[in-house]
Design a protein around this ligand. Structure first.
Ligand SMILES: [Mg+2]
Length: 270
């Protein structure tokens, strides 16, 4: 029987560059038990190689870049057939993912057929304005995600969704969203999951991680180390199968033997 754990990163394995205690041991014991690990993140700023090196540096765990799914990759795969000339508000992870799909971002927004918005740490008002002008002139509007915040040890930074909202408010246009829990990301994660018998999704954000689990027919585990501090905040339609304090308790849930606090009896077999 093949079991896959689809693990979110920010707020689950680390907060910014600080590891969640015992994250490495948890991942190692899952792997040692034959569980396949897939890492799925709505962070569009990094390439899979960078995700793996950050994970190793922060948490001490060495993952396979081929088992990483980012919202940037999902977005690039989604726009590839239809957007040869995107204008990009985003970082390296997005630009490189597009290039791997054969697409070069245009430098001038006026030439764009699509505006793609991800988390852009170098965002300027000028580039925001150019994106808004391009959409106003008829370019399509695509977003890597709508996560409102980005958890750090300092507190919550503005997330991709905050930038997407700025463009959306100014244009009056709703974007097509590609990251968790939307179909392009589910398709990408599903390819990495393969023909697993049991799939668990571990995440800290109900509206992305748990919603993806729900939409894909996988079981959800909520950890309380990230943006959700209290399981009672979770809307009824996104309730996970299991709630645990942190990733440290996930092996006990996935490998059996309890030690968890099931929100309802776990039913990962789909
Ligand atoms: Mg997260």
């Amino acid at each position: 029987m093949t079991t896959v754990v689809v693990c979110d990163l920010d707020g689950v394995l680390y907060l910014h560059d600080r590891p969640v205690p015992r994250a490495r041991q948890a991942l190692e014991s899952l792997e040692a038990a034959g569980v396949r690990l897939v890492f799925a993140t709505n962070n569009s700023t990094k390439t899979p190689e960078r995700v793996v090196s950050d994970l190793h540096r922060r948490v001490g765990f060495r993952a396979d870049p081929a088992m990483v799914a980012t919202a940037a990759m999902a977005t690039a795969a989604f726009v590839a057939p239809s957007a040869p000339r995107p204008y990009v508000l985003g970082a390296d992870g997005l630009v490189v993912s597009l290039r791997r799909e054969g697409i070069d971002a245009v430098a001038t927004a006026a030439m764009a057929d699509t505006v793609i918005v991800g988390l852009d740490p170098n965002l300027t008002y000028r580039r925001l304005a150019d994106a808004v002008l391009a959409i106003g002139a008829g370019a399509a509007f695509v977003a890597t995600g709508t996560d409102p915040t980005y958890p750090t040890p300092e507190g919550l930074y503005p997330g991709t969704g905050a930038i997407v909202a700025a463009v959306g408010v100014a244009t009056g246009v709703d974007p097509v969203v590609c990251g968790k829990p939307h179909p392009p990301m589910i398709a990408l994660v599903r390819r990495l999951v393969g023909d697993a018998d049991v799939v668990w999704v571990v995440g800290d954000r109900p509206e992305t991680d748990l919603a993806m689990a729900r939409a894909a027919g996988w079981a959800g585990i909520l950890v309380l180390t990230g943006v959700t501090a209290d399981a009672s905040e979770v809307p009824a339609d996104l309730r996970p199968e299991v709630v645990v304090p942190s990733i440290a308790e996930v092996p006990a849930v996935v490998l059996g033997g309890g030690a968890a606090d099931p929100a309802s009896p776990p039913s990962p077999h789909r």
